[in-house]
Design a protein around this ligand. Structure first.
Ligand SMILES: O=P(O)(O)OC[C@H]1O[C@@H](O)[C@H](O)[C@@H]1O
Length: 271
């Protein structure tokens, strides 16, 4: 999904995209009306055609002497951060070909992909979570696995809440997931599970099964709500599922999610 804006001072205004597709399928962009050039381009998701459209828009901006800020709140293939194929590098190349003067991403999966993207500012979860979550409703944050420990710990700090660490256990030989454990949790009060991505939701179902927490006592925050079809029914496990609009279009529109808009926040947080 592509969205285009113009930033004047602190005011971000949606403007029509002049991106178009030729009949043969190639991306192109027309010259915008005077004063209507989209200097902020947001790509939400993984569609390579959106990145090619953004490249055309940024090129037009350059020809007009304007610089482009590219928001890529969900860094595609940030989870493909090792091995072959090295997807993080390929998507970084795709972002780099746009040639934006400033690129902004939110809460990347791991530290591997950010250095591959040129002119990137990373906005960590700790800088935004208190815009969207009221800590008064919670007694603590749960990190569902060791991969989530740092971001959940920082989120807990930002919200002034205690952190509880859970762990995924794997069969040493096969690598298969064998279960979850969690350090002792408070007897009462609501908890917030914090992680970067929900894909099928298996991680979160397994965790909640292991803790025995009922939905009235536990909500979920995931910065990037992929919510593939396997996530159906996750709303029976959690009271409220919070996410942002970093990833789109929604793959499972029937799953009830509190979707928080990040575009304004990112534009104003990135220096
Ligand atoms: O369990 P699902 O939702 O499929 O996958 C999400 C998990 O997979 C990891 O990459 C994420 O960091 C998260 O912990």
């Amino acid at each position: 999904m592509l969205a285009t804006y113009r930033l004047e001072g602190a005011t971000l205004t949606p403007v029509a995209s002049t991106a178009m597709t030729f009949p043969a399928g190639e991306a192109h962009a027309k010259q915008p009306e005077a004063g209507e050039a989209p200097t902020v381009i947001a790509v939400h998701g993984t569609d390579a055609n959106d990145y090619l459209a953004a490249a055309q828009l940024a090129d037009v901006n350059r020809a007009l002497g304007l610089s482009t800020t590219l928001l890529v709140p969900y860094l595609p293939a940030a989870r493909a951060d090792r091995g072959v194929p090295f997807g993080a590098q390929h998507y970084a190349d795709l972002i780099n070909l746009i040639g934006a003067e400033k690129v902004v991403a939110l809460d990347p999966h791991s530290p591997v992909m950010p250095p591959l993207v040129h002119h990137l500012t990373v906005v960590p979860l700790r800088s935004v979570i208190d815009e969207f979550i009221d800590p008064a409703g919670y007694v603590g944050v749960i990190a569902p696995d060791e991969g989530a420990a740092q971001r959940a710990g920082e989120a807990a700090d930002a919200l002034g809440l205690e952190l509880f660490q859970a762990r995924k256990h794997r069969d040493f030989d096969s690598g298969a997931l064998t279960g979850f454990s969690c350090e002792p949790l408070p007897e009462e009060g609501r908890l917030l599970v914090v992680d970067d991505i929900c894909d099928g939701g298996g991680t979160f179902r397994g965790l909640i099964e292991a803790t025995g927490l009922p939905p009235e006592r536990v909500d979920l925050w995931v910065t990037h709500g992929v919510f593939s079809r396997r996530s159906t029914g996750l709303d029976q496990v959690f009271g409220t599922i919070h996410s942002t609009d970093s990833y789109g279009p929604r793959l499972n529109p029937d799953l009830p999610v509190a979707v928080h808009q990040v575009t304004e926040v990112l534009v104003h947080l990135a220096p």
